[in-house]
Design a protein around this ligand. Structure first.
Ligand SMILES: Cc1ncc(COP(=O)(O)O)c(C=O)c1O
Length: 428
């Protein structure tokens, strides 16, 4: 009990029995123990911002720091580091329906978008527009606006209702002047998830290229880039792949395109022969041409165990659990939160969801603060009015969802959030 709020478990509350039964039947329930759970009372629903720490990551980092850096020193570049970025890229590839050699890990998602959007526009020099939507992550829009302006093109941001992808307006906007369509497959706030194959095909029919941001999709839903014949993609690894704070991002280029595309952010790590120290840049063959500077080995080492865990669990099972968790949240929202003024700010159609859900409330910021401090549930706040619940499939249980929503309801019923400040912190 904190501030008069009973933290549960709410065994006599409707829905608890179902949640327990779902956990008992969950084939992935054992994976939770493979991550550090420092405080079993704390319900962490933010694995879509920063995934939990896999238990084996510290030992792996220690091995690289002491053994490879400390003992082997620079010899480790040839012994194990030189191919680390493409080796881990090869492990991410099957998670997104790509082939080995089509994915590499490097820099941030933002930087990778600069590279691939720039490369794509060079391949469509006669076309004047780049198309995105307003559900896309702001950094993506900043990048696309910058890349389009530098290439003398125009960025069109198709408006949505804030929750659902504006599919009809988007398809209507794509025409024979469109060079590139770039969208988040799963929107960072509402979780709206596009039909990857349908939008890709529509762009291709108009002769445009497509560039998908998979940050909130990889490790959350099934993605088949190969099946949809996608051209380009990027994505984060610190969310559902549990790669650690600021872990490097990945990029995908379809195999038959890679030799036709040029990385606009040239650098020696993307060169065919960096240690020849030639003054003229010749791009490496294959996906390595999209590297820029020296790979961050410690961060790469830290991310590999998280990728391995998702691969071991299997994307089919992971995605099925993500869908079931969001559906469980929708059921509890309808029973407990809708009557308290929360709107379900996520698609109602399960086929159009990712593995997170947004609840809209005019007092979302103060409610989020109270939920973290008093309710011991960590979601995140997404301006202007969303409490976002990340339901990372490997580390979230159905009882977590039930308990978290019950604590949230009790906090709002008791008005606990009214004692919190409206002032926001730097990172929400
Ligand atoms: C969908 C999406 N794209 C891009 C980014 C930016 O990633 P980075 O800061 O690693 O460049 C984020 C960050 O949360 C994101 O959610």
């Amino acid at each position: 009990m904190i501030n008069g709020i009973e933290l549960g478990p709410y065994r006599d509350q409707p829905g608890h029995g179902e949640a327990q039964a779902r956990d008992a039947a969950d084939p992935l329930s054992g994976y939770r123990e493979r991550f550090r759970i420092a405080d079993p009372e704390l319900i962490y629903l933010d694995g879509n911002s920063l995934g939990r720490l896999p238990n084996t990551t510290p030992a792996r980092v220690d091995e690289v720091v002491h053994g490879e850096w400390g003992d082997r020193l620079i010899r480790s570049w040839n012994e194990s580091w030189w191919h680390l970025a493409d080796r881990i890229g090869g492990k991410i590839a099957p998670l997104i329906g790509a082939a080995a050699g089509e994915v590499i890990v490097s820099e941030s998602t933002t930087t990778n978008l600069h590279k691939l959007a720039g490369a794509a526009l060079a391949l469509r020099p006669e076309r004047g527009t780049v198309i995105t939507d307003d559900l896309n992550f702001p950094s993506d829009i900043h990048v696309l606006a910058g890349v389009a302006a530098r290439a003398g093109r125009r960025l069109v941001v198709v408006e949505s209702n804030g929750v659902e992808g504006p599919v009809d307006a988007l398809l209507a906007a794509i025409d024979d002047d469109t060079a590139l369509v770039s969208l988040s497959l799963t929107a960072f706030k509402s979780g709206y998830t596009y039909d990857l194959a349908a939008v890709t095909a529509a762009a291709h029919d108009a002769g445009a290229l497509v560039l998908w941001d998979l940050s909130h999709a990889v490790g959350a839903i099934e993605v088949d880039l190969g099946g949809a014949h996608v051209d380009l993609a990027v994505g984060c690894t610190y969310k559902f792949l549990n790669g650690g704070p600021g872990s490097p991002a990945f990029l995908f280029v379809r195999g038959d395109l890679v030799e036709r595309l040029h990385n606009p952010i040239t650098g020696w790590w993307g060169d065919a022969a960096p240690f020849d120290f030639g003054l003229d840049h010749a791009p490496a063959s294959g996906i390595r041409r999209f590297q820029v500077g020296t790979a961050p080995i410690l961060s790469l080492a830290a991310m590999e165990p998280g990728v391995d865990l998702v691969a071991e669990a299997g994307m089919g099972a992971v995605a099925a659990k993500g869908r079931a968790l969001v559906e469980a949240a929708a059921e509890r929202w309808a029973a407990r939160l809708a009557p308290l003024g929360f709107a379900w700010a996520t698609p109602h159609d399960p086929a159009r969801r990712g593995a997170h859900a947004a609840l809209a409330h005019p007092d979302a910021w103060r409610i989020t603060q109270a939920l973290i401090e008093v309710g011991r549930v960590v979601p995140d706040f997404r301006a202007p009015d969303n409490v976002r619940l990340g339901l990372s499939p490997l580390t979230t249980s159905f009882v977590d969802v039930h308990t978290a929503i019950e604590r949230l309801a009790r906090i709002v019923e008791a008005g606990v959030h009214e004692g919190y400040s409206e002032e926001r912190s730097a990172v929400t």
